[in-house]
Ligand binder design. Structure first.
Ligand SMILES: Cc1cc2nc3c(=O)[nH]c(=O)nc-3n(C[C@H](O)[C@H](O)[C@H](O)COP(=O)(O)OP(=O)(O)OC[C@H]3O[C@@H](n4cnc5c(N)ncnc54)[C@H](O)[C@@H]3O)c2cc1C
Length: 337
């Protein structure tokens, strides 16, 4: 690992000033829990001169109730959020909090969750092995091609791929999007807010070096969850190859509200582990509205959500896997409160 300086800013504004203005200029990088960034440094994937340690900034860690919103500070660890979700502190929000708890418990190990932060989780880099191995000059590292397209691709994207076929590794991202989360970003021009869904960008739509719309000199400071969304019935189902801990081969985040007659009145459906971004199924959500849960609705959702899937040579299994998770999610969401 190349040696680096550690900067300890006392405010987000100070941190912003220490960051480079251009994407691709890696002279300074933000450090949160270090669970992803340190691996990148060890593999020489990034070699910054300065790490800007967010932990020296007061006020970025913790969960606050602010009127109709729940504000999760970017430096809140996954363990902190897990404890908050399990505490039952938010009356009437058991649906959303239960889903967050399921999501958090599925991530890594308790040791990693005690260090990893919410902001770091949303900004973590892809796990594709061609990206992670120093010797492969892949598209994500400024090369000209995505080796997974012709190479080993069992963990890669079946939806939204091209020119890069990574899958976004965050489990929190699909769950938060299903709960209508917004994020707060602070840069040289001040703070801005955007729906978390819009934060992520497909490789065909943006710079294939990046997975999000964050500017090089912006800091994600908080995730904002509307209380109203947290009252919906919500579930997170994830399939991993190893039971101990692993990233998702496929995941389904589903948040719904039922009308008095038992039909779907509001639906948010987001897939994880299958696309370069969390994959929101807007069309499928609309098709479910006004229908009763049951076999017909399940088959419709399965066919519609995966209609555009284009598997690579080794990952066709993700289609039936995701359909199976979707069927389970549609059943379970009727049982949870
Ligand atoms: C073995 C292992 C298994 C894992 N399994 C899973 C899993 O199953 N599911 C899952 O979702 N995650 C998983 N993770 C990821 C983990 O949960 C962490 O969220 C992730 O490593 C990054 O969090 P961090 O706080 O350590 O961030 P860091 O490593 O400090 O930073 C990660 C990246 O985000 C940037 N960054 C950090 N904070 C901010 C911010 N506030 N604003 C802007 N940029 C920021 C950094 O510059 C860096 O590029 C796993 C990690 C490991 C090591």
């Amino acid at each position: 690992m190349k040696s680096f300086e550690m900067a300890l800013p006392r405010s987000v504004e100070e941190a912003v000033k220490l960051l480079p203005a251009e994407i691709g200029d890696d002279r300074a990088r933000l450090l949160a829990g270090g669970q992803d960034l340190l691996t990148e440094l060890k593999e020489h994937l990034v070699e910054p001169e300065t790490l800007v340690n967010l932990k020296s900034i007061p006020g970025l860690r913790g969960v606050l109730e602010e009127g109709d919103l729940v504000r999760v500070g970017a430096l809140t660890t996954l363990a902190d959020l897990e404890a908050y979700a399990a505490s039952g502190a938010l009356e009437g929000c058991e649906g959303g909090m239960g889903m967050l708890l399921e999501t958090l418990e599925s991530i890594a190990s308790p040791q990693i969750r005690s260090q990893a932060t919410v902001g770091g989780n949303l900004n973590q880099r892809p796990r594709c092995w061609y990206y992670r191995m120093e010797q492969f000059p892949c598209l994500k590292k400024g090369g000209t091609e995505c080796f997974s397209y012709y190479g080993k691709n069992r963990y890669n994207a079946i939806l939204g791929g091209g020119p890069s076929y990574i899958v976004h590794p965050s489990d929190l991202a699909p769950a938060f999007i299903a709960l209508d989360a917004e994020i707060e970003l602070v840069g040289p021009g001040g703070a801005r807010r955007m729906p978390l869904e819009e934060f992520f960008v497909l490789p065909s739509e943006g710079n294939p070096l990046r997975e999000t719309r964050i500017a090089a000199n912006e800091v994600l400071t908080a995730v904002l969850l509307p209380r109203a969304a947290l009252t919906r019935r919500s579930v997170y189902l994830k399939f991993k190859e190893r039971d101990a801990y692993d990233f998702a081969l496929a995941a389904v985040a589903l948040s719904v509200e039922f009308a008095g007659d038992g039909t779907f009145a509001d639906v948010r459906l987001v897939l994880g582990g299958v696309a370069p971004t969390p994959w929101r199924c807007h069309r499928t959500e609309k098709k479910l509205l006004g229908r009763e849960p049951g076999e017909d609705a399940t088959v419709l959702a399965q066919e519609d959500a995966l209609a555009e899937a284009q598997p690579l040579s080794e990952n066709g299994y993700k289609i039936p896997l995701t359909k199976g998770l979707l069927a389970q999610a549609l059943l379970r969401v009727q049982e949870v409160r």
